[in-house]
Design a protein. Structure first.
Length: 129
């Protein structure tokens, strides 16, 4: 098998195509989440944090502690929004109510063993059902 044929077989595998679609959709969804966080959540956070503190510019020696802290807080806020939207909100709509399966066995009154529903005699104790 030539390199070209192997590469074509690799690209046409379902996993590669699914991964490519997931990356594209994930990038688009990431823009929606970022816009939501920047436009709605962060203005609410600005009411909690004082305006005169520039905590994102904190520096300790040569280390930019504020930028790391800011990125961490942004990540936690975005993760919280994604969790609330995808897991909690959309999860309620995606739940499927599964009906309990009909029983396929019954209990023998004499020996308490499980026997098929259509059985007329217990295979364990041979009593009439």
């Amino acid at each position: 098998m030539s390199l070209k044929d192997e590469f074509k077989a690799f690209i046409m595998k379902g996993n590669v195509v699914d991964l490519a679609i997931a990356v594209v959709v994930g990038g688009a969804f990431g823009k929606i989440v970022t816009a939501f966080v920047d436009g709605l959540v962060m203005p609410l956070v600005s009411y909690v944090l004082p305006a005169n503190i520039k905590w994102e510019e904190w520096i300790l020696g040569k280390f930019r502690i504020g930028s790391v802290l800011g990125a961490t807080i942004n990540f936690l806020i975005i993760a919280l929004v994604v969790f609330l939207v995808l897991v909690k909100f959309l999860g309620r709509f995606m739940k499927k109510e599964e009906a309990p399966a009909a029983p396929t066995t019954k209990e023998c009154p004499a020996c308490l063993e499980q026997v098929p529903l259509k059985a007329t005699r217990c295979k364990h104790c041979t009593s009439q059902l």
